[in-house]
Ligand binder design. Structure first.
Ligand code: C2E
Ligand code: CA
Ligand code: CA
Ligand code: CA
Length: 275
């Protein structure tokens, strides 16, 4: 197709053009999302497989857009990363998660996702320190989930930041293990407190022997490095049974609980609310 855009002529796929327009609009709207109080966090339970106890909650971001409804982070985080808005959003997420967790009626841990862009900011350790002080949350109750792409971007800076943050008593989890830029070198470079196996493996495990083999291999790796492994994407009893049989330590997924309200309103159902 051929189209006139201002005074330039360009060739395009209509769908691509609409896509670009939609992204620009989202980026624009995102600028006001924090001030307008449109961002919220949902919390998904994580539990110990041995006894079903809650081990913590992962904070998952949602954007309640005034006209488009709830927008998934899969849609707007990449845009925020491109525009740099991820820094303000990421700071909001960290503060909000720590503030909310400090008000929970229990002392469960809260896991917060960090964008690779946040992880290579020289100010990150100071920011984490400041937010912990501001909110009064014990560092032992905070876990940061990071992906390896950050370590690829600027390995020295990322590792320096991780060491400083870990020294505060904050736990560091490697997220989405087995996908993307996963490398054993990363595991070797930093003492992670947890490995999260990407949900794609469990989701294919019923039909795919290779997916099961990868899960087993990651569990063996965790065991030999003495790093507990959490499997994501536990959707069914059969997924859960597989993890029990293979000796996985922790689990997270719709079968155990969907992302939901902060635990202050769930406290009446604890303990053992998961099944
Ligand atoms: P993630 O960190 O891998 O988070 C897990 C995702 O899997 C969440 O999607 C969660 O809702 C979903 N999930 C949980 N259990 C199941 C299950 O049993 N089956 C399936 N199919 N999915 C399950 P969500 O909330 O849409 O978040 C998507 C991604 O967006 C996250 O993936 C993370 O990469 C990113 N994200 C979410 N919140 C934040 C945030 O605050 N900051 C940053 N930087 N990224 C975030
Ligand atoms: Ca995560
Ligand atoms: Ca993940
Ligand atoms: Ca992910």
């Amino acid at each position: 197709a051929k189209a006139q855009l201002g005074d330039t002529i360009c060739y395009y796929e209509p769908s691509m053009d609409e896509n670009a327009r939609a992204r620009r609009k989202l980026a624009n709207d995102l600028r006001q999302a924090i001030e307008r109080d449109e961002l919220t966090l949902l919390y998904q339970p994580q539990c110990f497989i041995s006894d079903g106890r809650l081990s913590g909650y992962e904070a998952l971001l949602r954007w309640r857009h005034p006209t488009s409804g709830t927008i998934s982070p899969v849609e707007f985080i990449p845009i925020a990363e491109e525009t740099g808005q991820i820094l303000a959003i990421g700071e909001w997420v960290l503060r909000e998660a720590c503030r909310e967790a400090s008000n929970w009626p229990n002392s469960h841990r809260v896991a917060v996702n960090l964008s690779p862009i946040q992880l290579v900011q020289p100010e990150l350790p100071a920011l984490v320190t400041r937010i912990l002080l501001e909110t009064g949350l014990s560092p032992r109750r905070l876990e940061l989930e990071i992906t390896e792409s950050a370590i690829i971007t600027d390995k020295d800076r990322a590792l320096h930041n991780l060491r400083q943050i870990k020294a505060l008593g904050v736990a560091i989890a490697m997220d989405d293990f087995g996908t993307g830029y996963s490398s054993l070198d990363t595991l070797h470079s930093f003492p992670f407190d947890k490995i999260k196996i990407d949900k794609s493996f469990l989701l294919q495990s019923d039909q795919n022997e290779q997916a099961r083999a990868i899960i087993r291999a990651v569990l063996a790796l965790g065991q030999s490095l003495s790093i507990p492994v959490l499997a994501e994407g536990v959707e069914t009893a059969s997924h859960f049974d597989l993890l029990v049989n293979e000796g996985c330590q922790e689990a997270q997924g719709y079968y155990l609980g969907r992302p939901g309200e902060a635990p202050s309103v769930l406290v009446a159902h604890e303990p053992g609310s998961l099944k």
